[in-house]
Design a protein around this ligand. Structure first.
Ligand code: HEC
Length: 194
């Protein structure tokens, strides 16, 4: 399917599109184009992961895990929103969520189950998935998030009573406990809508 790109999709597309014109027609499902979008998606996922981890560590450093929960609750959404834009929506999801707003849709659920199975089978390649809809031009990307040691303080098998109480308070429907180190905690989920 042919589509007209008004704006460059990314810095990767920029050099190519600008070399010809500011408004070029390309095969939107061409391998190069999807590759460029995957690269941007990976960058956004990395940016979100880095920003969340930095904020979490800062909050824990200032006031311990309870402060960390407060920071996650108040700031995870706005941080994701700040990284979204230019057609991209960036967020997190999981099979078992703390915040119901992060509940996966059918496509995300299917990929999360596959990631979880791959991790159980000791697969050590990159755990990512993408989907392109040629009718709408929508591009989706999902990247697995593994459980690290620090995550188990708030998502693990045995969480300190004070931390548990703060989570119960803020997230009465929490399902995101009981994760072991190295297992799938969730995924970064990104959508590009033209
Ligand atoms: C200080 C406690 C705390 C720590 C430590 C923590 N989290 Fe969370 N996590 C939360 C809270 C609170 C939320 C809900 C945020 C929101 O409202 O969107 C959350 C949500 C998430 C989500 C979104 C899906 C969901 O369940 O709603 C993922 C994925 C996630 N955490 C992964 C991790 C990973 C990976 C680590 C370790 C690097 C980690 N968390 C460490 C408290 C924590």
């Amino acid at each position: 399917m042919k589509v007209t790109l008004i704006l460059p999709l990314s810095i990767f597309a920029l050099s190519t599109t600008f070399a010809f014109a500011s408004n070029v027609t390309i095969e939107s499902e061409s391998v190069g184009d999807l590759k460029a979008r995957t690269l941007v998606a990976r960058q956004h996922a990395k940016a979100l992961g880095g920003a969340l981890k930095a904020r979490l560590q800062e909050a824990i450093g200032q006031g311990g895990l309870v402060k960390g929960i407060e920071a996650c609750k108040l700031e995870a959404g706005p941080i994701a929103k700040a990284i979204s834009g230019n057609g991209w929506t960036v967020g997190r999801t999981a099979l078992r969520v703390r915040n119901p707003a992060n509940t996966p849709d059918a496509w995300e659920r299917e990929q999360l189950i596959a990631f979880s199975n791959q991790l159980s089978a000791q697969f050590d390649g990159p755990l990512e998935a993408s989907h392109y809809d040629s009718a709408t031009g929508e591009f989706r990307y999902l990247k697995a998030i593994k459980t690290d040691e620090i995550c188990t303080a708030c998502h693990g098998q045995s969480v300190a009573p004070r931390v548990q109480a703060a989570i119960d308070d803020a997230y009465p429907e929490d399902e995101a406990m009981g994760f072991d180190i190295g297992t799938l905690r969730g995924a970064f989920t990104l959508t590009y809508t033209p």
